[in-house]
Each structure stands twice: as C-alpha cells, then as structure tokens.
Design a protein around this ligand. Structure first.
Ligand SMILES: [Zn+2]
Length: 301
C-alpha cells in the first residue's frame, strides 16, 4: 500500500516533497507541549514567593492586563509599566522561547558554544550572550555561609585576555595574603566554622583575624588526614574536577572566570538530582530575581 503512495512521491516538486515530509513528521511526532509553559507556574511561585509585586518598582498595586502569547500580563498602577512572569529574566524579550529549555539542558551538559549554536541553529554570539545572562542571573543569588568543617585551598588559572591565546602566569609565587583571603571568602564562612587548610598558606593569619578554629595539614610531611577527620581532600578533589570540566572551553577569558566558577559550583551542588530536575532547577533559579543586565552591558563589561 505505502509503496503505491510512495511511487507518486517523485512526481512532486522538491518544495512539495519537503512540505509533505514536514506534514507527515508533524503527524507522527507532534511537538512536545512547550516545556516552558509547564515551568511558568513554578517560576511564578518562586519569583513572587512573597507576593506578586511589580518587577520595576515593587508596588503591589497591580491589575491583570490581558495575555500576550499565552502569558499573563500585569499593569502596575503606580509606575504604569507592564510586566509578565519573565520580565527582567534572562529570557525576557527573546524571540526563541522554544529553545530556552533546550539551552538549559546544554548548560547542564556543559556544552561549548559552537556545539550549542549548531544544535539550536542560533548565532554563536547569541549563544554567548544567553550563557552569560543566565550565569549573571544565577550568581546574583549569592552564596550561603559555610558551616562545620570548611576546607580551603587555592588553585590557579592562566590569565587570559579577551579570548586571545596569550596566556601567562602572573609574576610571584601566587601566595595569597591573609587580607586578600578575607576580602574574597571572609563573609562566607560562619564564625562557628572550623577551617582546614594546608600549612603552605597564609590562612593562619586569616583564621586569627576572623577568630576561627583552625587545623592545618602538612602536605610536605605526607600528612593527609589529621586526627582522623581533618584534611583538604574534598577541596583538592573539587579543584581537580573543576580543572577537568573547564578544559573543554579552551581558555576562559579571565573577566568571565567568575561566571564559569559559579556555573561549575551550580552543577556540583545539583549533581545528585536527575537530569530533568537539574534543568528545571537551573531555569527556575535563573528567573528568580529581576536582573537588568542587558546584552549591551555585557558587551562593555
Ligand atoms: Zn511598578
């Protein structure tokens, strides 16, 4: 039967053949219902967990103002501006709504920009701006304070200027001053925490400044674990995984390094979750706060 239908296929023009193919494909494999629509309720709940408020001025004096592309729109009676659940998120104003979830999946996979651009049929610079809009949004959520046993150690990256391949080591031994340690991680360590470091650092002074309990591991004496529980193996393993993961990007420009560190940390925290959950979590979190960073701001950063 199908053979007689197929026999007429060659009578069609090439355009007609493609149209027929697409029509059959749509019948056999209908598009999945837009996943983002399913996620919108969750995004709304997270974003407005303390009540629906204007994303521009914070006013709670709002009225529903119709729907745009199935999305509820609100009008603020105070500032007179419209907004919806995705206004001021990395995805607001994007023309490619159907590609967001796929994009997030590739963020969780840790795909490179050329691979993403090819898969989603978007320009590589679009892929780049989406990446950093998402990472800026995630990093705006900040960090929690660390409690209990806190391991700390340093790892180094070659300085890379704007994607050029000229990488060089900064002069000096790389030994970081106690004040520099304090400036970077001081506020993220709870006063009751116990700090674990190796002996070849300036953490002793840092711990003193912060009034933290401190245990040091002497790596040179092949001491790996002290008193049965104190070591820096977790942080060293983390650094190894980070270095392995980041290698695929073939030299991250130093000015974007923070974003990649945040990205990796995010993947580490959620790695016990199923893939779908990781994607959902990343998407919802990226939309949690209002972020005004535009492509223009990224360009000039
Ligand atoms: Zn307003």
């Amino acid at each position: 039967m199908w053979k007689s239908v197929y026999a007429d296929f060659t009578d069609l023009t090439e355009t007609e053949q493609i149209e027929l193919f697409n029509a059959m494909k749509q019948d056999l494999f209908p598009d999945e219902p837009d996943k983002i629509t399913k996620l919108l309720d969750k995004i709304r709940e997270t974003r407005f967990s303390s009540g629906l408020a204007c994303v521009h001025c914070g006013s709670t004096s709002l009225k529903r103002n119709g729907k745009y592309r199935t999305r509820q729109r609100y009008l603020c009676k105070d500032c007179n501006k419209n907004f919806n659940d995705l206004t001021n998120t990395p995805f607001s104003g994007s023309r490619y709504t159907e590609k967001w979830v796929s994009y997030m999946e590739m963020m969780v996979e840790g795909y490179t920009l050329p691979k993403i651009a090819k898969r989603l049929k978007i320009h590589i610079s679009t892929a780049f701006y989406w990446r950093h809009k998402i990472l800026n949004a995630l990093s705006s959520l900040g960090y929690n304070q660390l409690q209990g046993i806190v391991e700390s150690d340093e790892t180094f990256f070659h300085e890379s200027l704007k994607g050029k391949e000229v990488a060089h080591r900064k002069a000096g031994t790389g030994r970081v001053k106690a004040e520099e340690i304090d400036a970077v991680i001081g506020e993220f360590i709870h006063p009751t925490a116990l700090l674990c470091t190796d002996t070849a650092t300036n953490y002793k002074k840092f711990a003193k400044i912060k009034g933290l309990q401190h245990e040091t591991i002497n790596a040179r004496q092949k001491q790996l674990v002290k008193k049965g529980i104190y070591h820096v193996q977790n942080v060293n393993n983390f650094h190894n995984r980070l270095k392995t993961w980041i290698r695929r990007f073939q030299g991250v420009a130093t000015k974007y390094l923070d974003n990649y560190l945040y990205w990796f940390r995010w993947l580490e925290i959620d790695k016990h979750l199923a893939f779908e959950k990781q994607v959902e979590q990343m998407l919802i979190s990226a939309c949690q706060k209002s972020n005004y960073r535009t492509v223009q701001m990224l360009r000039t950063a």
